[in-house]
Design a protein around this ligand. Sequence first.
Ligand code: ARG
Length: 466
Amino acid sequence: MAHLWSGRFAGDPDAALFEFGASFSFDRRLFEDDVKGSIAWAQALRDAAVLSPGEATKIERALEELSAAGLANPGLFASDSASRDEDVHSFVERELVARVGDAGRRLHTGRSRNEQVSLDLRLYLKRRIPHIHRTIAELVRVLARQAEMSGSTLMPSYTHLRRAQPVMVAHFFLAHAAAFRRDYGRFEAVLNDVDELPLGSGAIAGTSYSIDVKALASRLGFSRVVANSIDATGDRDFVSSFLHACALMMVHLSRLAEDVILFTSEEFAFFDLADTAATGSSLMPQKKNPDPLELVRGKTGRVIGRLAGWLATMKGLPIGYSKDLQEDKEGLFEAEDTVIASLTAAATVIDGLTINKAATEAAASGLLLATDVADYLVAKGVPFRDAHEIVGALVRRLVAEQRTFTDLSVKDWQSHSPLFEADVRDAISPAASIAKKRTPQSTHPDAVAAALKELQQWLSARAVRT
Ligand code: ARG
């Protein structure tokens, strides 16, 4: 069979080596992008008077037909002849020639697969990132809904996984939402990296035909043209950015999963998993396991691995195209599939959580109010460092006596500092603690309500119903 490059060679390549180098089994995912790019290239060649208007129209029609046939019948990619194609570019060209003959053999004039593959992957990300965006927004919506439903319920916050200070449960859900909003923005930045037309670069030195690359860029929806043809054919920074955005978002998903795994455990019992979002044990009848969240946490490893592996692939490459770059696609597709599946699973699990208010509020009370006690003394003029010492000693005593602040009489308080007055008993409570917070990013109920409202506006600006 003739390959795109068979003229130079006396015979067919070694079958196993050809198979080793072929990418059609996975790059067929770029089929509609390759066709779209080829239609635009035919038009550019017509405008440059390389193709006659008649030839260009014939090519366009045939490509449109092929596109419809391929989308309607995935079996086309597995047909006998297709299984011998090296990659999606060869497949499209062979199918085109089969449909229009000689005119199809002119389409590759002035164009190289080196730039074509970069174009296809850019077009692919342009059409797929909006789907990732929608999936992130759906998770954010579910987090916002949990924040809203939690009302004024309190829980402890943790540092070093030790009780730190009381917060609103809503503040906790909004904390995770904040990370996913940054991820959303990171994928917008990836779209910006993607937004450069590589065509006109040829194999490396540019093209010898008078292609209007600006017009071609706007026809294909790009706002810029690459600056340098050598760089363009070997540049996959947009792939690195995409994998980084995926890996970091998986890290956020993994931390969310970890929090919910902990907080739904018997030890915390803050939240309950919906029965539909948990799994049982084949042996232990009592178990209600958070498998989907564990898998989200587990799959984070493979996406981080795809980023690390890809950067390792890139680091030794001379500038310009090398076949190593073909390794970009499988990692990218796998990362994409994994983030979409993980976001969707996490959203379903979070959506089904119920809050055990008795448990969260019991845990939000007690010695984690120590900072508020210190602040009470600061309000009476004690330097914070001294207040910290006094309250530290008080906490030491309470721990030894297995008591807490609410168990203290006014006399007990005053034995630690004469500045404590009767009002200390009302001043030190979880509700008083959050009401004392002042900054907009704090857990003050008004600040949290404003943050939730702002998030809901963010969602509706992205056409997500809240
Ligand atoms: N399948 C190749 C890739 O994915 C397409 C570009 C091939 N170019 C070449 N000169 N061999 O990178």
